[in-house]
Structures are given as C-alpha cells and as structure tokens.
Design a binder for this molecule. Structure first.
Ligand code: SAH
Length: 323
C-alpha cells in the first residue's frame, strides 16, 4: 500500500488518517517487521493490526550465504508458492536481485527457471523481497530474478512506485530486465520514471535467437526500435545482456554482427558467461570470452563481462529455480 492507501486503511479501522503515515514510516523507512515495534501507535490499534493485516506477505524459509557474503533467500508466499531473491554486497554499495513471477512462462533454453510458470507476484510480494534483503538505505535493485517483469506489468509498476516513493530508492538505481517484450518496453518508457532498462538479447539475429528463446517474441528489429524509443523518452543508456554459450553464440561473426546491430544507440553490453544449469550448453573458455569482449570494444561498444557472485549457493544469473 502507498501512504495514501495506508491512510484510508487506518481510517477504515477507526483511526485518524495520520496513523497511515506512521505505518508507512515504520514499514518502508524504518523497516520494522512486527506491529509491536511500532511504539508510537496505541496498543489497541497494534492489536487490531495484528488481527487484520500482515506487514510482509513473504515468510523466509531458507537462507544461504556464500563466502563473499552473497545471500540467497527462499520465501514462501501466502498461497504456498515460493520465491527466491538475492542480496549482493559490494564494498560501498549493494544490489538486490528480485523476482517478479513464481516461475517463468518464457522458457529460455539455458535458464533454470524453465517453463514452470505459476503466477505473477503482487506488488507487495515484490517490494517484500527488498524489505527483507536490504542492508542499506539506497540499494540497487535489479529485476533479474525469476520471471519476466514486463509480463507482470501493472504489479511491476506499482512495485517500482512503492520502492521509489515510499521506500525512497532512486529510480536510476533500479533496472528492469526483459527478454524483449516490445509493448511493455513502450509502456515503461511512457511512465516518466528514469528506471534503467536491460534487454536480454543473447543473439545478434532472429534465427539464432529463436533457437535459444523458443517463445514467440517480436523480431530483434522491433526490439531495437522500442529500445531507441526508451532511450529517447528516459535518456537512460540501455543495457544489453548476452549470455555467452560455447560454440553457440560466442563466435567472431556473432560479435561483429552484434556490434553492427547496436551501432549508434547509447548502450552498454553486459556479457554473462553461461552458468551451468542444463547439460545442453557449456561456458566458453576465458580466451573466447575475452575475444568476444575485445571485438565489441574495438568497434566502440561499451562492454563488460559480468562478475559472478553466488554461484556456490545457486544464486547466480539464471540459477534461481522453482523446486
Ligand atoms: N526475464 C528477464 C529477467 C530474468 S533473467 C530477462 O530475460 O531478462 C536475468 C538474466 O539472466 C537474463 O539475461 C537471463 O537470460 C540470464 N540467464 C538466465 N539463465 C542463465 C544462465 N544459466 N547463465 C547465465 N545467465 C543466465
């Protein structure tokens, strides 16, 4: 709920409106997890809240911590579904990777989320992940966990607004990652929020892309058009994610074709060496990864290789799984 919704909620329970603002402060800013911790609320009201409401719909049922501090949380939802999210500490900032759906309907060949789709997460279930995982006031949020955010558009937008306006996280600190849902990219561009967009491309042409992502998706040309619109509307540089699969999409010709495709668009390529999840694919050698990177760099495309975090706890890219 927004502060406004919390105000209406308080009034419905027979309390003055400002109690809603107090609730918002406790939940989103102070991050308390029990009503009893809300010490400036009358005791009777706290009792009433305990009976009628929950602060966070997520219940943590498992926590795995890697040696570098990367932490994977497994939470249960009210209907028994489960969802994973990851906390990634850096020296002076932190990133939280959140899920937007229980499972995923897309079915990228190399991804452990596979084709087992249960349902969309509510805005509360998305924001709830951040409230549990954050350690600092202004974390980076990447919508790169399980699910396709732009196929859960309304809840995604509500979550973005709650995180921005209520929790106080800057829009520029949030990145929505999509497999390339063109209509969703266009709608996101029109929100007037400076959220970052990451597009999972994985191939420089439609033929190869279809082999890796069999779902019926708009052609790359359409995706690129929507990316240009997104840049024009938000002035945010677009990130392109590219999972490197040995012998499949990591050849010189692919890098050359990719550079041609992206030419001129303010963007950044994030190469993700494949994290083994299925036997069908392998991770390229370090020299193949470096060769691919170098070709893009030589052609003037800003490019980085994603640093791996949390592989040992199955918390790395593509490893979140609905078991
Ligand atoms: N559905 C959204 C966000 C979730 S996936 C999207 O497609 O962007 C976040 C990123 O992890 C995507 O780029 C996805 O392709 C990548 N990924 C999935 N499985 C992977 C694996 N096994 N190794 C490396 N990256 C993977």
């Amino acid at each position: 709920m927004t502060t406004q919704e919390l105000e209406a909620f308080a009034e419905k329970l027979g309390e003055p409106k400002y109690r809603g603002r107090q609730l918002a402060m406790w939940i989103y800013r102070k991050g308390v997890i029990t009503f009893d911790a809300m010490t400036d609320l009358p005791k009777a009201f706290r009792e009433q809240l305990k009976e009628t409401a929950v602060i966070n719909p997520l219940q943590v049922i498992d926590v795995k911590v890697a040696s570098d501090g990367t932490t994977k949380y497994l939470s249960q939802l009210p209907d028994g579904e489960a969802v994973e999210f990851v906390f990634i500490p850096h020296s002076d900032w932190e990133t939280i990777c959140v899920s937007t759906q229980a499972g995923c309907p897309i079915g990228c060949k190399f991804c452990a989320s596979g084709l087992s789709f249960s349902r969309n997460l509510t805005a509360g279930e998305i924001v709830g992940q951040v409230l549990i995982a954050r350690h600092r006031e202004n974390p980076n949020i990447v919508f790169m966990g399980m699910g396709e955010p732009l196929l859960n558009f309304d809840n995604l937008v509500k979550a973005l607004r709650l995180l921005n306006r209520e929790v106080g996280i800057g829009a520029r600190r949030m990145t929505v990652s999509t497999v390339g849902i063109v209509q969703g990219i266009r709608k996101l561009a029109q929100l007037g929020m400076q959220v970052n967009l990451a597009v999972s491309l994985h191939a420089p042409n439609d033929e190869l892309r279809r082999k890796l992502i069999p779902a019926k998706l708009p052609p790359i040309a359409e995706v690129m058009k929507a990316c240009w619109e997104y840049f024009q509307a938000t002035k945010r540089r677009i990130t392109f994610e590219y999972v490197l699969l040995k012998g499949v999409n990591d050849k010189v010709e692919h890098a050359v074709e990719l550079a041609r495709l992206l030419k001129g668009l303010p963007c950044h390529v994030n190469l993700i060496p494949y994290n083994p999840t299925v036997d069908e694919f392998e991770r390229p050698s370090e020299s193949a990864i470096e060769r691919f990177r170098q070709i893009l760099a030589d052609k003037g495309i800003p490019v980085t290789v994603r640093q791996e975090r949390g592989t040992e706890i199955q918390g790395a890219c593509g490893q979140l799984r609905r078991q």
